[in-house]
Design a protein around this ligand. Structure first.
Ligand code: ITT
Length: 212
């Protein structure tokens, strides 16, 4: 059995990250879905004990769905730096520490790359990953959840540029662009972003009228 959201259906976005929530509301606006969020509902933040994007995303979606009885969509995401063997990856939020200091986290990425042989072209490749999981509370077993992955490949920049977006945006320039995500307007970022790509797959599979 498959399930699709129709206009007016309620969906909880299982996130407390205001940057992600802003992007989801922009990207879902055309479909008339009534969205709320884990942050707005004051749901507890589950501990991210998984070792993969999909495991952590499932854990967040499941917790929000259990707490609300609503379909829940979670996003586990991060930046994977080639020269760092894919780190920080699923630990991207944790590199910013309890104060969510992304200037310090970006500096840690920069220092790590420098330590791996220098801030040279071949060392600066990276990609963002977003893995979305939808949990349908009323479905069981096979149909109860599904995952969708989007990636954006590009080059790390130093110093960081722009004050738009969130997280690591000012130090990432997607391929085919001459601006960092931090310098882009929201719709420019969506044209290149991992989250918009994953959401497009979600919409196609799970939103009525989302196939076009
Ligand atoms: P939730 O779990 O509540 O959704 P979180 O910030 O803890 O919020 P994650 O565990 O998925 O989310 O961590 C992902 C981190 O990766 C996030 O905090 C950002 O720093 C970074 N990140 C993900 N997508 C990004 C994007 O589009 N631009 C910049 N940084 C991004």
């Amino acid at each position: 059995m498959t399930r699709k959201l129709v206009p007016g259906d309620r969906l909880v976005i299982a996130s407390h990250n205001q940057g992600k929530l802003r992007e989801f509301s922009e990207l879902l606006a055309p479909y008339g879905i009534d969205t709320t969020s884990a942050a707005e509902l004051n749901l507890p933040e589950p501990e991210e004990t998984g070792t993969t994007f999909v495991a952590n995303s499932l854990l967040k979606a499941f917790a929000a769905s259990q707490a609300t009885g609503l379909p829940a969509l979670a996003d586990d995401s991060g930046i994977e730096v080639d020269a760092l063997g894919g780190e920080p990856g699923i630990y991207s939020a944790r590199w910013a520490g309890p104060d969510k200091d992304f200037n310090a986290a970006m500096r840690q990425v920069y220092d790590g790359v420098v330590a791996q042989g220098g801030w040279i072209d071949g060392n600066r490749r990276a990609n963002f990953n977003a893995t979305l999981v939808i949990v349908w509370p009323e479905l069981t077993a096979a149909g109860a959840h599904a995952s969708f992955e989007g990636k954006s490949f590009g080059t790390l920049q130093w110093p960081p540029r722009g004050d738009g977006g969130f997280g690591y945006d000012p130090m990432f320039q997607p391929d085919g662009a001459d601006k960092t995500f931090g310098e882009m307007r929201p719709e420019e970022k969506h044209a290149h972003s991992h989250r918009a790509r994953a959401l497009k797959l979600f919409v196609k599979a799970s939103v009525d009228g989302g196939h076009s």
